[in-house]
Design a protein around this ligand. Structure first.
Ligand code: G6P
Length: 368
């Protein structure tokens, strides 16, 4: 398959902009739009009532998708989740239980450590489910259950659209699990599914922030370090935002749980440190705002990524505010990922780095 950049300067830009479309494609596979219910493909033989635990294993960006899904499996399905980086999981002495569902997440389906972990779990009699973007991949072939993401070929080394499609798929699995286990009622399922259906529309709005982000990128491009903070699902998103920035701009970036700021990273705060605060208006909003104030009081430069309600409530003092529309909590990770990707992308463009082929990185890591 030959893939072109079209009107875009880089594959990464093209792939960021494709997200409303490919997330919709991916969701269409798992949603019955008319009934607003989750409908996993017929060949998926999975009884969530027999599952009492989930493990999720992956590398890189796919790992952060899994980390967000942990919150969903707990919240919507009441399932405990064991989460691990593939290069750790495979060497641990994991006590495999009978009722465990082992989920592996991978864009390429070829990452050596994830594949080895999958084979390790399968050899211990685990139910193996993979969420992969390449349906002909080794991982897909080695799995009992495959739930594909329909992101299409992803060329940029830094993963973008594969990530949001992984999230869309994992959200559907978590909702199906919650329904089948009796944790979610029919009306809960319908409202969650309707919320998922609105993601493409919200993503279009997120893409409209691009001119503002392009300007902001100029302001943060001289930075040596950057910090990303958030709570709940915004915490793994902070890790992903930091990963995107460091991968393609070479600015050292760290993601942190906002509540952990005071246990270390606050020591780094000065006027040269951009701190990206990811805080839609949710149950932890006030707490994150007080973390933000701690940074402001120490002269840190805040970039606040929030929604309309959050922007209305946040005190002044931020360097810049990126505002998205209000939306249900389940969709925020997918939509808030977009401005983070754009921020990394435009900062890389300002710095003149090789966006699609960053130094020392590979698209698919087939060595251990
Ligand atoms: C590499 C890529 C990342 C990707 C990771 C996992 O490090 O540069 O973008 O997230 O591998 O790849 P996978 O294909 O398993 O999702």
């Amino acid at each position: 398959v030959i893939v072109h950049k079209g009107e875009h300067r880089h594959f990464m830009a093209k792939e960021i902009h494709e997200q409303p479309k490919v997330v919709e494609q991916t969701l269409t596979q798992y949603i019955d739009c008319r009934k607003a219910t989750i409908r996993l493909p017929k060949n998926v033989d999975l009884d969530f009532r027999k599952i009492d635990r989930v493990s999720i294993t992956a590398c890189g960006t796919a790992f952060y998708a899994g980390m967000i899904a942990r919150y969903w499996f707990e919240r919507y399905a009441g399932l405990p989740v064991e989460l691990d980086i593939a290069s750790e999981f495979r060497y641990r002495d994991v006590p495999f239980g009978a009722g465990n569902l082992a989920i592996f997440v991978s864009q390429s389906g070829e990452t050596a450590d994830t594949l080895a972990s999958l084979e390790f779990a399968a050899s211990h009699g685990q139910r193996v489910l993979s969420v992969v973007n390449v349906q002909t991949s080794t991982m897909a072939r080695a799995s009992q259950i495959v739930l594909p993401t329909l992101a299409g070929p992803e060329i940029g080394v830094a993963s973008t659209k594969a990530f949001t499609c992984q999230l869309a798929t994992l959200a559907c699995i978590a909702i199906a699990a919650g329904r089948d286990r009796g944790v979610l009622h029919a009306e809960d399922e319908r409202s969650l599914v309707r919320a998922l259906g609105d993601i493409p529309r919200h993503m279009m709005r997120a893409l409209e922030l691009e001119p503002k982000i392009r300007q902001l990128a100029r302001k943060i491009s001289p930075a040596r370090d950057a910090l990303f903070i958030g709570r709940g699902t915004n915490y793994p998103l902070a890790l992903e935002g930091a990963l995107k920035l460091k991968e393609i701009t070479y600015i050292h970036a760290e993601g942190y749980a906002a509540g952990e700021l005071k246990h270390g990273p606050i020591a780094l705060v000065d006027k040269d440190l951009p701190v990206i605060v990811i805080a839609p208006h949710d149950a932890t909003f006030e707490k994150t705002m007080s973390n933000m104030q701690e940074v402001i009081a120490r002269g840190g430069r805040i970039i606040l990524l929030t929604d309309q309600r959050g922007a209305g409530l946040a005190a002044d003092g931020a360097w810049s505010v990126l505002e998205l529309p209000d939306m249900p909590q389940i969709v925020t990770p997918l939509v808030f990922a977009v401005p983070l990707q754009l921020l990394a992308y435009h900062t890389a463009v300002v710095r003149g780095t090789d966006v699609d082929q960053p130094r020392n990185l590979a698209k698919s890591v087939t060595v251990e």
